[in-house]
Design a binder for this molecule. Structure first.
Ligand code: RUG
Length: 813
């Protein structure tokens, strides 16, 4: 079959050779786009115009590797990977593309020649926040790593008009406003109106000549938008294909002409609803029809597209798993099992058994959580009414499974009038993976205990990773340059090269350079905090950073309590030789998550009180910048000294912020949870501040119903903290504001804040002590960097390729 590369002028360059344009050539390109794409005169162009023209010039450079990778994949019939995810937290793309194409300096010079400053233009780009947190950012790192490692890959998701909400603080409380990244054209995407599929909902399923046929009651069209993602040095590229909802019916002109404007626009409004907003919660099932519809919309469009592409290259659908691997990012696309079977059976005449075998061999499922409330369940009523044909298929899959295995009564996809999407994803996948070593073991022992016994070879582990291009080269140029000078540039492609940095930890001259890079990042962050928040912070204080979604299990409250205790102690003995600290918090709460929002309020109230205290002003500051997002993470992480990874053991599946902070030379204070365990094993127990109960210890401690009260009674520090809060010390205008919170701390401390408090306090004081001997601190920080090579998402992707997808790299080296 002809390769459907979509432009007539596809360049002849091979994937491995990338000719870099000169400054003059890029300058001319930018001016060309300014004039011919944006119809603007350089003399009258705004920053937005310059950014768009620069983006188009860079995008042109992305096309070469993108075309070449696409061609090679078609020409060789290589196996493809499809990553289905409801979230892709991609952030800004301009600088990432420039860095991967090696054009950073060239573009800076080309813009300078036009009197423009590259950093201003980079800052002008809105963050594409099509995700909530770790799960969505992981998907974005994977796309970039697949493009670096050489995997023929597509990511499939939804082109949400409104990504994750913007967060403001009003009187210290979180207020959400809509995010509108698409209010300006998105320069990286290509609309593909020719790639459109009909997706049905509701209706009924009927038998026609012995075959079930679904007659949907509603239909929408999924229309594709493609964004290229280039890997390091532009050797390969992957594609992010996002679906937008469009109506299937033509515009009702007659109604419109009769003045019934609302009715005329109704089908369009309904279809667009599907791609209107990102579901702003990553931990609890929505229980909403719209969410289920969104999941099915994305999954069905992706699977139809995958089968269409497959059939343009190969003839036998039975061979699908030889040429295609589909990865389900969490249970959100778990309807893929029944949907793939439906398409194979109802549209391609495959028999039941074969369709099930083919689907299972093609699909893999990644579990990201053990929290029971985050494992999706849909009522059989909702599933049956929104997706009646799928409900039939699910029931039969469940029956087949029951017949084939002697299962205990606890096993079953459909139970208590609910469809358990985790069990469905497990049963319909050939491999199920957890995202850290500890998490994968806990998955076997807890959520999938019974299924694991029936299928002992199915669960595997792929510890998460992060891309060193964005999370070091782009965000930390000071340290990147030092690494290049010291060990060469090889670390960018192979992060294991960082190992060669290890001997430099003993080298005083290197330690000084390392400390200077960190200090420069801290000075830059301090300037930004001063400019944006008006808070004066000391760059020589320890920068202690907790950045992540607000959730009780992540225990921002523990950090907040410790901050109060520290302040209280500092006030009592201001001259006791305290290590100055700046505590940074960053993160959003789900809009309906009352307890998390109350914690945000408390942190802001505590910040207000502490930051106004003249006694401790030189010792302690609390900074909570609103609207934490990918770009803010890029600013904070390189400046961190201490990384707060303090979740209740057994609750954080992996974490990825913990990896970014380690890579950037922060020491971790953390529990034995998620990937912290592997971080500590690799960097060495001496270079990590461990505290708290283990996952086993947590379970045991919970059995004592008085665990919180006993811990509080044993801790003078914690008692003082709770007393200050309850007296209204941080909320004098409303002294009883936190009575509920304090009451829960005494009586409903599900995440064991009290039980871990003293141990956390001790670990914090150990961190203080070490920070006072900078040589030792820096030596340990360097060892953290040198030993963090394992946490590259390139390594994670290689793991998926070998263990789950059975896909080799398309690159030769
Ligand atoms: O909470 C987990 C993180 O521990 C993990 O690092 C990340 C990527 O694997 O996924 C997060 N997650 C889990 N986000 N949503 C969920 C539950 O659906």
């Amino acid at each position: 079959t002809a390769s459907p590369v979509t432009a007539s002028s596809a360049p002849a360059s091979s994937v491995s050779g990338l000719a870099r344009p000169t400054v003059d050539a890029l300058r001319a390109k930018i001016l060309h786009h300014l004039e011919y794409t944006l119809a603007k005169d350089a003399g009258h162009s705004s920053r937005y115009d310059w950014r768009m023209a620069t983006s188009f010039a860079i995008r042109d450079e992305m096309l070469k590797p993108w075309f070449a990778a696409t061609r090679q994949t078609y020409d060789t019939g290589a196996k493809r990977v499809y990553y289905l995810s409801m979230e892709f937290l991609i952030g800004r793309l301009l600088e990432d593309a420039m860095i991967n194409l090696g054009l950073h300096e060239t573009i800076a010079a080309a813009l300078a020649a036009e009197g423009q400053t590259l950093s201003d233009i980079i800052e002008d780009e809105p963050d594409a926040a099509l995700g909530n947190g770790g799960l969505g950012r992981l998907a974005a790192c994977f796309l970039e790593s697949m493009a670096t490692v050489g995997v023929p890959a597509h990511g499939y998701g939804i082109r949400y008009e409104h990504g994750l909400f913007r967060q403001r603080f009003e009187g210290g409380q979180q207020v959400e406003t809509p995010e509108d990244w698409l209010s300006q054209p998105h320069p990286w995407e290509f609309a593909r109106p020719e790639a459109a599929y009909i997706v049905g909902f509701k209706g009924h399923s009927e038998l026609r000549r012995g075959k079930s046929v679904w007659v949907p009651g509603e239909t929408v069209k999924a229309s594709a938008y493609d964004t290229p993602v280039v890997g390091w040095q532009g050797k390969w590229a992957s594609t992010l294909r996002l679906w937008a909802g469009l109506p299937t019916t033509q515009f009702d002109l007659e109604r419109f002409n009769n003045g019934d404007y609302t009715a005329a626009a109704a089908p369009e409004a309904l279809a667009r609803t599907l791609s209107r907003v990102l579901y702003p919660d990553d931990t609890t099932p929505a229980g909403k029809e719209l969410r289920l519809k969104q999941e099915y919309f994305m999954t069905s469009a992706a699977l139809q597209d995958i089968l269409r592409r497959y059939q343009s290259q190969f003839s036998t659908l039975a061979d699908l798993p030889k040429h295609v691997a589909i990865q389900l990012n969490d249970t959100h696309p778990a309807i893929a099992g029944p949907e793939l079977m439906r398409l194979l059976m109802d549209q391609h005449d495959m028999g039941w058994d074969e369709a099930q075998t083919v689907a299972r061999a093609t699909l893999g499922y990644t579990n990201h959580t053990l929290l029971p409330e985050a494992l999706e369940r849909w009522s059989t009523y909702l599933m049956g009414s929104v997706l009646p044909r799928h409900m039939e298929i699910i029931q039969r899959i469940d029956e087949d499974h029951a017949k084939a295995h002697k299962r205990p009564p606890s096993v079953g996809i459909v139970q208590h009038n609910e469809v358990k999407m985790g069990d469905l994803a497990f049963i319909m996948s050939h491999k199920v993976n957890g995202v850290s070593a500890l998490h994968s073991e806990l998955v076997k022992e807890t959520v999938f205990h019974d299924l694991h016994k029936l299928h002992p070879d199915r669960i595997t582990n792929e510890t998460n990773g992060v891309t060193p291009r964005r999370w070091m080269r782009l965000s930390n140029p000071a340290l990147s340059t030092l690494l290049d000078e010291t060990i060469g540039e090889g670390w960018t492609r192979d992060l294991d090269h960082l190992k060669t940095l290890e001997p430099f930890a003993q080298d005083a001259a290197f330690r000084e350079k390392f400390a200077a890079a960190k200090r420069a990042n801290k000075v830059a962050l301090a300037g930004w905090v001063q400019d944006t928040m008006g808070i004066d912070i000391n760059p020589d204080a320890m920068f202690d950073i907790q950045i992540k979604r607000l959730h009780e299990y992540k225990r921002q409250l523990l950090n907040c309590f410790e901050t109060i205790a520290l302040w209280h102690n500092m006030r009592q003995t201001p001259d006791a030789g305290w290590t100055p600290r700046v505590k940074f918090f960053g993160g959003k709460s789900a809009p309906g998550y009352f307890v998390a929002k109350e914690i945000i309020h408390l942190i802001n109230d505590v910040a207000r009180t502490i930051n106004a205290d003249p006694v401790t002003g030189h010792l302690l500051k609390v900074v909570y910048p609103p609207n934490y997002n990918v770009s803010m993470a890029q600013r904070l992480i390189p400046a961190a000294d201490l990384s707060e990874q303090i979740s209740t053991a057994g609750k954080e599946a992996s974490g990825t912020g913990n990896m970014k902070l380690t890579l950037n030379g922060a020491l971790t204070i953390g529990t034995l949870d998620g990937a912290n365990v592997e971080i500590r094993d690799l960097v060495g127990a001496d270079n990590f501040f461990l505290f708290g109960l283990t996952a086993d210890g947590v379970e045991k401690r919970r059995k004592n119903i008085n665990h919180a009260r006993e811990a509080i009674e044993d801790s003078q520090n914690l008692r003082d903290v709770l007393q200050m809060i309850v007296e209204g010390r941080f909320s004098p205008e409303e002294p009883d504001r936190y009575h509920g919170l304090v009451d829960r701390a005494w009586h409903h401390d599900h995440y064991l804040v009290a039980a871990d408090f003293d141990s956390y306090w001790e670990a914090q004081r150990a961190a203080d002590a070490l920070y006072r001997t900078p040589q030792d601190w820096n030596r340990k920080a360097i060892l953290n960097v040198a030993r963090s090579g394992f946490f590259s998402s390139d390594r994670t992707i290689r793991g998926y390729m070998a263990d789950i997808w059975d896909v080799p790299s398309a690159l030769k080296d």
